[in-house]
Design a protein around this ligand. Structure first.
Ligand SMILES: Nc1ncnc2c1ncn2[C@@H]1O[C@H](COP(=O)(O)OP(=O)(O)OP(=O)(O)O)[C@@H](O)[C@H]1O
Ligand SMILES: [Mg+2]
Length: 240
């Protein structure tokens, strides 16, 4: 199953969600491949991946996807991203084939994606089974999530099975009055996208930055931290 984590807004928890989901699924004994499809290559930098073999090589056909997979201690199997990605206009059409091939070897392929409405973003959605839309719990982020509608509809023309699983509120404080209003607005945006806001939201926690800094997965680093507990609940709710 190919699960993509995408939002056209920057800094809204995409990379953290993709990486945390991979950690949760690994802790359940599943095989997971995390793929960095953001040309900013944040995930690859955070995990200190070798940039001599990247997704760009697999798309260009220089290497098979299985030959660009790197295994990282405490973070499992990962494919490095490439800043070249938006320039590979001809090879972007290979994305679906390449991801589907990887999917044969793993229970889950989890894609961290670009924060722009781009050809790469569309190509990712065309290969996706389930789309998770993280949204940092702030009004501009929630409202910007609306812009997704056009791209999702376009992707559905060639990928009618694309399941927009829902909006995941990240760094959400359930107790606040202001955040209650945010939840209502998020519900409206989700309805426009033909989906829902997940009941589970992800609390803020220092464990996220600490885990990144120690090059560990979230559950490998701090399984009892608030974000880890919330991501476990989220994966349960996602029902994969
Ligand atoms: N639950 C959390 N608790 C604390 N910090 C968090 C949490 N989730 C994300 N962060 C932090 O917020 C910042 C932005 O998150 P992240 O990098 O996942 O967003 P992004 O959408 O991938 O950003 P970009 O658009 O730049 O790719 C990061 O510094 C990350 O460590
Ligand atoms: Mg990111």
């Amino acid at each position: 199953m190919i699960i993509s984590v995408m939002n056209q807004k920057g800094g809204c928890g995409k990379t953290t969600t993709a990486w945390a989901m991979a950690s949760v699924l690994r802790s359940k004994g599943k095989t997971v491949l995390l793929v960095d499809l953001d040309p900013q290559v944040s995930l690859s930098l955070l995990l200190q991946l070798d940039d001599s073999r990247t997704i760009a090589d697999a798309l260009k056909g220089t290497f098979d996807i299985t030959d660009v997979i790197q295994t990282v201690d405490d973070n499992g199997d990962v494919v490095a991203g490439s800043a070249e990605l938006p320039l590979l206009t001809e090879s972007q059409s290979q994305l679906k084939r390449v991801l589907k091939k990887a999917d044969k070897y793993y229970d889950y392929v989890i894609v961290d994606s670009t924060p722009t409405a781009s050809a790469v973003g569309l190509a990712i959605l065309q290969a996706t089974d389930k789309l998770v839309i993280p949204a940092m719990a702030a009004l501009p982020v929630i409202l910007a999530t609306r812009q997704f509608k056009d791209m999702v509809e376009l992707a559905k023309e060639t990928n009618p099975r694309l399941d927009v699983a829902g909006i995941l509120l990240v760094m959400y404080d359930k107790r606040g009055v202001v955040t209650r209003t945010l939840k209502e607005i998020a519900d409206d945006v989700a309805t426009e996208l033909g989906t829902k806001v997940f009941d589970t939201s992800i609390r803020k926690g220092i464990a996220v930055e600490e885990a990144w800094a120690s090059f560990k997965g979230l559950l490998e680093h701090a399984p009892n931290s608030n974000p880890a507990v919330d991501y476990v609940d989220f994966v349960k709710e996602l029902g994969v």
